[in-house]
Ligand binder design. Structure first.
Ligand code: UD1
Ligand code: MG
Length: 454
């Protein structure tokens, strides 16, 4: 039978002090809500999101998100977690198992979620965890080992506050039971809210045994209420990813100084130095090495390629044995064939560079189709923009572009052409010939004296 997940995401997130709804704050580059929906949907749940504060913004994000669109309901007034769950229940058949998840608990361990799904068909199951400092959480009340209730921090006695088994908020029960129990929940408590946690005592009163699943990782079920907890969730997520990568054979110089905000596919013996940030979808072939403090976004590098320190690469597909950096910048729609080398302060945008082409220093190669074995010397600029439109530069195989030359696009340089240093090229430079365009007439003035200081 299909089961459902109700994701609570209506709260204001006051402590974030942010214009952005809390559940859209990111962990590993993805909104927290995306993590929760991803986990729930991949376990087969039909999702319902309860929105409130920032509902429109979250809805707009949901519409452009990939994957199945969850149902959404708006809880106009945040009257408590029981009231929130109640908003989503009318759309769910009584016999369907339901999980209650929180939009701000993004890193639920897969095995904890699986255990919750497993037990959702009957009774009531809570995910709990023991914390050294349980302050702020609902405490699990037990008698002879059996759960008989949950008491919230604000309503707890000193004795109850000493209980260190807490309610993570994640729970599971059939929809019919939730409907029945929630209808009986009252708001006569310290906060004047309809507490979902009150359903525990109601279930017990019906003689139903309340089961618990202990979360396998306490840190992972800690909700995100403020920016400190958001940063902690980020570190936990990054640690998980880094460990998985290292187990698969990637060498990270320091797993605590590595950030993956997307998807990384790797070959064998890949080495990634400290401070590297990977975003989007990145593919690194065998023996690729990434130098310190580089950023790679949607990049694919062939076997044996190397990125030296402080390079920023986006939207690049490169072949094998390329050498990029230090201090290189590559912008989207760039394609390098094998053995391309670009060095310090070289920027490439929409550049196709042929096999073994080199631009060692200080160049701008934009909107350019460059052949194989081309040498682009220091200070070369493709002038691709006329103030209104972009134009293309085409450079043939084996051409040599001398230092400090400007290629004013649209322009084409033939195979084997040689452009003399300091030329401003505005017309086709024929193949295998020297083109030169400099101010003529360098003079040496006989008897000239250096000015002296007065
Ligand atoms: C809740 C639990 C507490 C548990 C803790 C775990 C209750 C009464 N208490 O407390 O036992 O230890 O979570 O973090 O359930 N929300 C809505 N609509 C509302 C109220 C809340 O959507 O009307 C959402 C919030 O956005 C949040 C979640 O429900 O994602 C939890 O609400 P919050 O107010 O943070 O509950 P806590 O007081 O932390
Ligand atoms: Mg909370």
């Amino acid at each position: 039978m299909s089961f459902h997940a109700i994701v609570l995401a209506a709260g204001r997130g006051t402590r974030m002090n942010s214009a952005l709804p809390k559940v859209l704050h990111t962990v590993g580059g993805r909104p927290m809500l995306d993590h929760v929906l991803g986990l729930a949907q991949s376990s087969g749940a039909q999702c319902h999101v309860v929105l409130g504060h920032g509902a429109e913004v979250v809805q707009r994000w949901l519409r452009q998100r990939e994957g199945a669109m969850p149902q959404t309901v708006v809880q106009a007034e945040q009257l408590g977690t029981a009231h929130a769950v109640q908003q989503a229940l009318p759309g769910i058949p009584d016999e369907a198992p339901v999980l209650v998840l929180y939009g701000d608990v993004p890193l639920i361990p897969a095995q904890t979620l699986a255990a919750l799904v497993e037990s959702a068909r009957d009774g009531l199951t809570l995910v709990t965890v023991k914390l050294p400092n349980p302050t702020g959480y609902g405490r699990i009340l037990r008698s002879f080992g059996r759960v008989f209730g949950i008491v919230e921090e604000n309503d707890a006695s000193t004795q109850q506050k000493a209980i260190n088994e807490i309610n993570t908020g994640l729970l599971a029960a059939p929809a019919g039971s939730l409907k029945r129990w929630i209808a009986q929940v009252r708001n006569d408590n310290a906060k004047g809210e309809f507490y979902l946690t009150d359903i525990v005592a109601l279930a017990v009163a019906e003689g139903i045994e309340v089961k618990t699943v202990e979360a396998s990782d306490a840190e992972a079920v800690e909700g995100v209420n403020d920016r400190l907890q958001l940063a902690r969730a980020e570190r936990l997520f990054q640690r998980r990813q880094a460990e998985a990568l290292m187990r698969s054979g990637v060498q990270l110089a320091d797993p605590t100084r590595f950030d993956l905000r997307g998807e990384l596919n790797v070959g064998q013996d890949v080495f990634i130095d400290v401070g590297v940030v990977i975003e989007g979808v990145v593919t690194l072939g065998d023996r690729v090495r990434i130098g310190p403090y580089s950023v790679l976004r949607n990049v694919s590098l062939g076997a044996g390629s190397e990125v030296l320190s402080h390079s920023v690469l986006e939207g690049l597909i490169a072949g094998t044995a390329c050498r990029i950096g230090p201090f290189s910048r590559v912008r989207p729609e760039s394609v390098f064939d094998d053995q391309v080398h670009i060095g310090n302060f070289v920027e490439v945008k929409k550049g196709r560079l042929g096999r073994a082409t080199k631009a060692g220093h200080l160049a701008y190669v934009g909107d350019a189709k460059v052949g194989a074995d081309v040498n682009i010397s220091a200070g070369v600029i493709t002038c691709n923009y006329d103030g209104a439109n972009k134009h293309e530069t085409v450079i043939g195989d084996g051409a040599f572009i001398g230092s400090d030359s400007q290629l004013v696009a649209p322009v084409s340089i033939g195979d084997g052409a040689f452009i003399a240093a300091g030329s401003t090229i505005t017309q086709t430079a024929p193949a295998d010939q020297l083109s030169i365009c400099r101010a003529r007439g360098q003079k040496t003035v006989p008897g000239w004296k250096r000015p002296t200081k007065k």
